[in-house]
Design a protein around this ligand. Structure first.
Ligand SMILES: Nc1ncnc2c1ncn2[C@@H]1O[C@H](COP(=O)(O)OP(=O)(O)OP(=O)(O)O)[C@@H](O)[C@H]1O
Length: 374
């Protein structure tokens, strides 16, 4: 990304900033707008961004319309302009969803942005990923898959839609065999595709983790998925997993009717992470160890994305230096340098990034503006 322009996004009324292409260190006081800037970049990939906020909340307080984020991406055939915005006034074009434009033309879906760039992030809110609810880990897992496999977003949407249909039939006390059969076949097909994509990503990621040094600054993680379909896929081909899921949905209609929702499927899976050197679950590791484990996963994943997608992802590492001692920070900067992609790091003090030295562009965020750190 060469250039970023924001309009009425959070604390920014108008912002235009240029990046050199490598590492960017953003420093500034608490509340200066560092995370807001990362959040804007995170909207250059499908989803609601790194805060998972309602779009209306991202519109600058007091602004009359919606927000807009524009980026110039260096594509193979020159610059590509990506624009996105949402949260306009009632009846405005962006009410409800988020609009995406690529080179000025409306995109069919936000997934089109994945043709030009991939974005991954780590935020302090993810520090409790291993100890928190399975839904957060599942979301993280699916983000890891989507960054490598752009078709994953549509699979998830199709599955959700079918499942909502089944839950509605259950709630309405419907017993129509044809309706159930059609919807459950759809859930089985899309569900098996979701699980297969997750299993494949974890397999590839595990192989990438194996290539990291055994005693490196970021411990190796053992990754596995706990889930009905993923469990079957570990031993049997996808067609069998699909059929088995379809039969189970059919068999468990009454149980699910009592529960008021579908109790089996990829919407209930969990990403299981273990700290290999300690031979224990990630959740039992120290705060710093968990952070190091998570960073290790994201770095290996960034390398994997680079290899598979042919483009290094943009990494957004919010307050990344906070938990690490100087040796780990130095190791992190070396790995990032080696990844050769664009990475944005934030912190309150520039000193924390001293070891990155002349390998980064240092910017200071203050008063709704971003300037070269002087
Ligand atoms: N919709 C909005 N309109 C205007 N300002 C907003 C909006 N949403 C958030 N803010 C402001 O943005 C600021 C937070 O910015 P941000 O989270 O980027 O800070 P930060 O530089 O990352 O700080 P920290 O170091 O504390 O994490 C807050 O002062 C908040 O009031």
């Amino acid at each position: 990304m060469g250039k970023l322009k924001l309009t009425d996004f959070r604390s920014y009324r108008e912002l235009s900033v240029s990046f050199d292409g490598g590492a960017v260190v953003l420093t500034g006081e608490n509340g200066a707008g560092k995370t807001n800037l990362l959040e804007a970049i995170s909207l250059l990939t499908p989803g609601r961004g790194l805060r998972r906020a309602a779009y209306a909340d991202a519109v600058r307080e007091g602004a009359g319309g919606g927000f807009a984020v524009h980026a110039s991406i260096d594509g193979p055939d020159g610059a590509v302009e990506i624009g996105t915005g949402a949260g306009g006034p009632p009846n405005g074009e962006s009410e409800g969803g988020r609009k995406v434009r690529i080179n000025g033309a409306p995109a069919r879906s936000a997934d089109e942005m994945l043709e030009w760039l991939r974005v991954m992030w780590l935020t302090p809110a993810m520090d409790g990923l291993f100890t928190g609810p399975a839904s957060d880990r599942r979301r993280f897992l699916d983000r890891l898959v989507l960054t490598i496999d752009p078709a994953h977003g549509q699979r998830a949407l199709d599955y959700e839609k079918a499942m909502r249909g089944r839950n509605r039939l259950l709630a309405d006390n419907q017993r129509d065999e044809t309706w159930f059969a059609a919807i459950e076949a759809q859930m089985a097909e899309t569900g098996a595709a979701i699980a297969a994509a997750r299993v494949e990503m974890v397999r590839l990621l595990a192989a990438m983790v194996e290539k990291t040094p055994e005693d490196g600054a970021f411990p190796r993680a053992d990754l596995a998925i706990e889930g009905y379909l993923e469990g079957i896929l570990a031993e049997r081909p996808a067609v069998e997993a699909e059929e088995s899921f379809r039969e189970r949905l059919e068999r468990e209609r009454e149980r699910d009717r009592s529960a008021g929702r579908t109790l089996d499927g990829p919407h209930r899976s969990d990403l299981i992470v273990r700290h290999r050197p300690k031979a224990m679950p990630a959740a039992l590791s120290s705060t710093g160890e968990q952070k190091a484990l998570l960073v290790g996963i994201v770095l290996s994943h960034a390398r994997l994305t680079g290899e598979l997608a042919g483009m290094a992802p943009i990494l957004l590492l919010d307050e990344i230096a906070a938990h690490f001692d100087h040796l780990r920070r130095a190791a992190l900067f070396d790995i990032l340098d080696d990844l050769n992609g664009q990475v944005f790091m934030t912190g309150t003090e520039a000193d924390l990034f001293a070891a990155i030295d002349n390998r980064a562009q240092f910017l200071t965020v203050a008063d709704g503006a971003v300037r070269a750190t002087g």
